[in-house]
Ligand binder design. Structure first.
Ligand code: ADP
Ligand code: GN1
Ligand code: MG
Length: 363
């Protein structure tokens, strides 16, 4: 199957290797290697887009083509290298942004960003700081992007209130008969329903602005340059849509400032590091420049809590529904993921004033 798909793209050279790649939870990603007569072989990323998660892949690709073209212009204006600093789609031989196979699966390809790494956990705090500068800069570069031309790829993606309703529905329906065994987690989320409502209420009152945001700012969605240690390229642009800047900040904290992996089973190892929180806050504010309102800045700790609460709730919802959304590699992995998120929420509650103080120091 893969060979037939690879055939359809405008790749150069002779294919010498193909292998599953990366640790994303959504798409099926492959690394392809080509012999092309140069010392350094050619490489490309090939992805089967997840049609369960992205039911409108053509609209999604239109967003990506437009956003990457826009970023390319900005990068050139700033004297950068658009081949490494933004994703570049490799078209099909027919000149399309993606290929639809006989089974109706959508495939796309990207230029492989060489000499850079995407990290699943913070190995060097400086990388985390640099990822913050890059995600902040990404937000600033897109600040005048015409938001109304973007398709809403996943409706209500970070509408935490709506996600709460979906969670309660999953508990009610209890398709897998798992609800009784996770009552503690269910109660934890119920007791904190106000967290789910918070940003929706502020949006309703017009107190916070919608901006064009990335919406999936995990550390492994950024490439860190192996030579300079800088955040060279923001990747995984599937969810670029109007959203809240606090959520982009918060999702990075949820994932990167945790002292353990997202699916760690030993919860005593999971906490939210205030050193990493501070580093990220400094980098993100720097990257965003002066574009944020005071209200947005004050709400950054809330962004961390909302994103962590929401992600824990999404993992639990998926566990209750039979693991149909996030890829799992072992039984109960989504429950383990949920538990780390709830542990982080609890820890953030304990460290609430420290987080606020840090934000005031960094602004
Ligand atoms: P998912 O939506 O499943 O998370 P991603 O687009 O994030 O998929 O890709 C999964 C992983 O593949 C990334 O975390 C990264 O390690 C790698 N990757 C994706 N695109 C590129 C690229 N253009 N160059 C190098 N590595 C990439
Ligand atoms: C998914 O695609 P990936 O692995 O970068 C998910 C995010 C979650 C994250 C949790 C489109 O991100 O929303 O926060 O898993 N992406 C989508 O790790 O649902
Ligand atoms: Mg990803």
């Amino acid at each position: 199957m893969l060979n037939e798909v690879i055939e359809r793209f405008r790749f150069q050279g002779r294919l010498v290797d193909q292998r599953p790649y990366g640790s994303g939870h959504i798409n099926d990603t492959y690394l392809l290697t080509f012999e092309n007569g140069n010392e350094e072989p050619g490489r490309a990323i090939l992805q089967r887009m997840n049609k369960n998660v992205f039911p409108k892949p053509a609209a999604l690709m239109e967003n990506i083509m437009n956003v990457t073209a826009y970023l390319r212009g900005k990068i050139l204006e700033n004297g950068g290298d658009p081949e490494r600093e933004t994703l570049n789609v490799i078209p099909t031989k027919d000149g399309e942004a993606c290929y639809v196979d006989a089974k109706g699966d959508y495939w796309r390809s990207y230029v492989f960003i060489t000499d850079a790494t995407s990290y699943d956990q913070v190995e060097d705090p400086e990388h985390f700081y640099q990822s913050a500068v890059a995600f902040g800069r990404f937000q600033r570069l897109l600040s005048d992007y015409p938001a109304d031309t973007l398709h809403e790829i996943i409706e209500g993606f970070h509408d935490t209130r709506a996600r709460y309703s979906l969670f309660e529905k999953a508990v009610r329906e209890d398709q897998m008969g798992r609800a009784a065994s996770v009552m503690r987690e269910i109660e934890f989320l119920r007791e904190r329903k106000s967290v789910a409502d918070c940003f929706g209420e502020l949006l309703d009152k017009g107190e916070i602005p919608l901006r064009v945001t990335h919406n999936d700012t995990k550390l492994n969605n950024i490439m860190i340059d192996n030579q300079t240690g800088k955040g060279i390229c923001v990747i995984d642009l599937d969810t670029v849509m109007p959203g809240l800047v606090m959520n982009d900040f918060g999702d990075s904290i949820r994932f990167g400032a945790s002292t353990a992996a997202e699916d760690e089973q030993d919860l005593s190892r999971v906490s939210c590091s205030m050193e990493l929180f501070e580093l990220y806050a400094r980098g993100f504010m720097k990257g965003c420049g002066r574009s944020l309102t005071e209200r947005e800045i004050q709400l950054m700790p809330m962004g961390a809590k909302v994103m962590t609460y929401e992600c824990g709730m999404r993992f639990l919802t998926d566990y209750l529904e039979g693991d149909t959304y996030f890829k799992i590699h072992r039984e109960h992995q989504n429950l383990d993921r949920c538990r780390t998120q709830l542990k982080l929420v609890e820890d953030m509650e304990k460290k609430w004033y420290t987080m606020q103080e840090i934000i005031n120091k960094c602004k």
